[in-house]
Write a protein of this length. Structure first.
Length: 205
Protein backbone atom coordinates (compact mmCIF):
# COMPACT_ATOMS: atom_id res chain seq x y z
CA UNK A 1 0.00 0.00 0.00
CA UNK A 2 1.12 3.56 -0.72
CA UNK A 3 -0.45 5.36 2.24
CA UNK A 4 1.21 8.75 2.83
CA UNK A 5 3.54 8.45 -0.15
CA UNK A 6 3.02 11.64 -2.16
CA UNK A 7 5.74 11.05 -4.73
CA UNK A 8 4.61 10.01 -8.23
CA UNK A 9 6.58 6.94 -9.31
CA UNK A 10 5.63 7.46 -12.98
CA UNK A 11 5.95 3.69 -13.60
CA UNK A 12 9.73 3.75 -13.24
CA UNK A 13 12.40 2.71 -10.81
CA UNK A 14 14.00 5.30 -8.54
CA UNK A 15 17.17 5.63 -10.63
CA UNK A 16 15.24 5.80 -13.90
CA UNK A 17 12.88 8.44 -12.47
CA UNK A 18 15.77 10.64 -11.24
CA UNK A 19 17.58 10.41 -14.58
CA UNK A 20 14.40 11.25 -16.51
CA UNK A 21 13.61 14.31 -14.35
CA UNK A 22 17.21 15.51 -14.64
CA UNK A 23 17.09 15.27 -18.44
CA UNK A 24 13.67 16.97 -18.60
CA UNK A 25 14.87 19.80 -16.33
CA UNK A 26 17.92 20.37 -18.53
CA UNK A 27 15.73 20.44 -21.66
CA UNK A 28 13.36 22.92 -20.03
CA UNK A 29 16.26 25.19 -19.06
CA UNK A 30 17.79 25.12 -22.53
CA UNK A 31 14.59 25.32 -24.61
CA UNK A 32 12.34 27.22 -22.13
CA UNK A 33 9.37 24.93 -22.91
CA UNK A 34 8.83 21.22 -23.51
CA UNK A 35 5.87 19.00 -24.31
CA UNK A 36 5.12 16.04 -22.03
CA UNK A 37 2.33 14.34 -20.08
CA UNK A 38 0.59 16.06 -17.18
CA UNK A 39 1.88 13.70 -14.41
CA UNK A 40 5.47 14.13 -15.65
CA UNK A 41 5.05 17.90 -15.82
CA UNK A 42 3.76 18.06 -12.24
CA UNK A 43 6.70 15.96 -11.04
CA UNK A 44 9.12 18.12 -13.04
CA UNK A 45 7.73 21.31 -11.52
CA UNK A 46 8.52 20.07 -8.01
CA UNK A 47 11.98 19.06 -9.20
CA UNK A 48 13.09 22.18 -11.06
CA UNK A 49 11.61 25.08 -9.10
CA UNK A 50 13.90 24.59 -6.06
CA UNK A 51 16.85 24.60 -8.48
CA UNK A 52 15.70 27.89 -10.02
CA UNK A 53 15.34 29.40 -6.55
CA UNK A 54 18.87 28.31 -5.69
CA UNK A 55 20.19 29.94 -8.87
CA UNK A 56 19.34 33.38 -7.44
CA UNK A 57 22.45 33.15 -5.25
CA UNK A 58 25.31 32.78 -7.71
CA UNK A 59 28.15 31.21 -5.79
CA UNK A 60 30.25 28.09 -6.02
CA UNK A 61 28.20 26.11 -3.53
CA UNK A 62 24.91 26.82 -5.35
CA UNK A 63 26.39 25.88 -8.71
CA UNK A 64 27.71 22.61 -7.32
CA UNK A 65 24.37 21.72 -5.73
CA UNK A 66 22.51 22.41 -8.98
CA UNK A 67 25.08 20.47 -11.01
CA UNK A 68 24.57 17.59 -8.60
CA UNK A 69 20.94 17.38 -9.83
CA UNK A 70 21.31 18.31 -13.51
CA UNK A 71 24.73 16.83 -14.40
CA UNK A 72 24.90 19.15 -17.41
CA UNK A 73 27.41 22.01 -17.63
CA UNK A 74 25.58 23.98 -20.33
CA UNK A 75 22.32 23.71 -18.43
CA UNK A 76 23.90 24.99 -15.21
CA UNK A 77 25.57 27.88 -17.06
CA UNK A 78 22.30 28.88 -18.78
CA UNK A 79 20.42 28.72 -15.50
CA UNK A 80 22.82 30.90 -13.50
CA UNK A 81 23.87 33.34 -16.24
CA UNK A 82 20.58 34.05 -18.05
CA UNK A 83 17.49 32.61 -16.37
CA UNK A 84 18.48 33.79 -12.90
CA UNK A 85 18.61 37.39 -14.19
CA UNK A 86 15.15 37.17 -15.73
CA UNK A 87 13.38 35.58 -12.75
CA UNK A 88 15.21 37.66 -10.12
CA UNK A 89 12.07 39.58 -9.06
CA UNK A 90 9.68 36.61 -9.10
CA UNK A 91 9.11 35.05 -5.64
CA UNK A 92 8.23 31.57 -6.93
CA UNK A 93 5.96 29.97 -9.50
CA UNK A 94 8.55 29.93 -12.27
CA UNK A 95 6.79 27.37 -14.47
CA UNK A 96 3.37 27.13 -16.11
CA UNK A 97 1.49 24.02 -17.29
CA UNK A 98 -0.77 24.42 -20.33
CA UNK A 99 -2.94 21.40 -21.12
CA UNK A 100 -3.12 20.58 -24.84
CA UNK A 101 -5.49 17.61 -25.00
CA UNK A 102 -5.06 13.85 -25.14
CA UNK A 103 -2.46 11.79 -26.99
CA UNK A 104 -3.69 9.53 -29.74
CA UNK A 105 -2.98 5.91 -28.93
CA UNK A 106 -2.90 5.63 -25.12
CA UNK A 107 -5.16 8.69 -24.54
CA UNK A 108 -2.65 10.21 -22.11
CA UNK A 109 -3.33 13.83 -21.15
CA UNK A 110 -0.67 16.02 -22.76
CA UNK A 111 0.55 19.47 -21.80
CA UNK A 112 3.25 22.06 -22.34
CA UNK A 113 5.38 23.11 -19.37
CA UNK A 114 7.25 26.38 -19.83
CA UNK A 115 9.11 29.07 -17.94
CA UNK A 116 6.66 31.86 -17.14
CA UNK A 117 8.94 34.81 -17.89
CA UNK A 118 9.84 33.54 -21.36
CA UNK A 119 6.30 33.60 -22.77
CA UNK A 120 5.94 37.12 -24.18
CA UNK A 121 2.20 36.98 -24.86
CA UNK A 122 1.39 36.05 -21.26
CA UNK A 123 3.84 38.52 -19.74
CA UNK A 124 2.42 41.37 -21.85
CA UNK A 125 -1.11 40.55 -20.67
CA UNK A 126 0.09 40.45 -17.06
CA UNK A 127 1.72 43.86 -17.48
CA UNK A 128 -1.48 45.33 -18.87
CA UNK A 129 -3.52 43.89 -16.04
CA UNK A 130 -1.16 45.29 -13.44
CA UNK A 131 -1.09 48.76 -14.99
CA UNK A 132 -4.86 48.87 -15.36
CA UNK A 133 -6.52 50.79 -12.54
CA UNK A 134 -10.02 50.44 -11.26
CA UNK A 135 -12.25 53.20 -12.57
CA UNK A 136 -15.40 54.41 -10.88
CA UNK A 137 -18.16 56.65 -12.15
CA UNK A 138 -17.75 59.09 -9.32
CA UNK A 139 -14.75 61.36 -9.64
CA UNK A 140 -13.07 62.97 -6.68
CA UNK A 141 -13.27 66.78 -6.85
CA UNK A 142 -11.29 69.29 -4.87
CA UNK A 143 -12.89 71.93 -2.67
CA UNK A 144 -12.15 74.65 -5.26
CA UNK A 145 -13.86 72.67 -8.01
CA UNK A 146 -16.86 72.03 -5.78
CA UNK A 147 -17.10 75.76 -4.97
CA UNK A 148 -16.93 76.62 -8.69
CA UNK A 149 -19.69 74.13 -9.49
CA UNK A 150 -21.85 75.54 -6.69
CA UNK A 151 -21.30 79.11 -7.97
CA UNK A 152 -22.27 78.09 -11.50
CA UNK A 153 -25.46 76.41 -10.27
CA UNK A 154 -26.40 79.50 -8.22
CA UNK A 155 -25.82 81.74 -11.26
CA UNK A 156 -28.04 79.48 -13.34
CA UNK A 157 -30.85 79.66 -10.79
CA UNK A 158 -30.58 83.48 -10.62
CA UNK A 159 -30.70 83.71 -14.43
CA UNK A 160 -33.76 81.43 -14.53
CA UNK A 161 -35.56 83.58 -11.96
CA UNK A 162 -34.73 86.76 -13.95
CA UNK A 163 -36.12 85.20 -17.13
CA UNK A 164 -39.33 84.27 -15.32
CA UNK A 165 -39.75 87.85 -14.05
CA UNK A 166 -39.21 89.32 -17.53
CA UNK A 167 -41.68 86.85 -19.03
CA UNK A 168 -44.51 87.98 -16.67
CA UNK A 169 -44.58 91.68 -17.76
CA UNK A 170 -44.50 90.60 -21.40
CA UNK A 171 -47.62 88.53 -20.83
CA UNK A 172 -49.44 91.53 -19.25
CA UNK A 173 -48.29 93.73 -22.09
CA UNK A 174 -49.74 91.30 -24.60
CA UNK A 175 -53.06 91.44 -22.75
CA UNK A 176 -53.28 95.30 -22.86
CA UNK A 177 -53.82 95.64 -26.63
CA UNK A 178 -57.02 93.64 -26.37
CA UNK A 179 -58.35 95.93 -23.63
CA UNK A 180 -57.25 98.98 -25.59
CA UNK A 181 -59.03 97.59 -28.63
CA UNK A 182 -62.18 97.11 -26.57
CA UNK A 183 -62.14 100.70 -25.29
CA UNK A 184 -61.44 101.99 -28.75
CA UNK A 185 -64.46 100.08 -30.07
CA UNK A 186 -66.63 101.62 -27.30
CA UNK A 187 -65.49 105.14 -28.15
CA UNK A 188 -66.20 104.52 -31.82
CA UNK A 189 -69.77 103.45 -30.98
CA UNK A 190 -70.38 106.60 -28.98
CA UNK A 191 -69.11 108.80 -31.81
CA UNK A 192 -71.39 106.99 -34.27
CA UNK A 193 -74.36 107.70 -31.99
CA UNK A 194 -73.40 111.37 -31.84
CA UNK A 195 -73.09 111.58 -35.65
CA UNK A 196 -76.51 110.01 -36.18
CA UNK A 197 -78.18 113.22 -34.93
CA UNK A 198 -81.22 113.67 -32.58
CA UNK A 199 -83.43 110.70 -31.92
CA UNK A 200 -87.19 110.55 -32.80
CA UNK A 201 -88.21 111.46 -29.20
CA UNK A 202 -86.14 114.62 -29.40
CA UNK A 203 -87.83 115.50 -32.77
CA UNK A 204 -91.34 115.03 -31.26
CA UNK A 205 -90.52 117.42 -28.48
Amino acid sequence: MRHGKKIAKLGRTSAHRKAMLSNMATSLILHKRIKTTVPKAKALRKYIEPLITRSKTDDTHSRRMVFRKLKHKEGVKELFDNIAQVIADRPGGYTRILRTGFRQGDNAEMCIIELVDYNESYTQNEGKKKSKRKRTRRTKKSSAERAAVAAESSEETVAAEGEAETAAPEATASDTPQSEAGTAAGDAGETKKEDAGPSEEEKAE
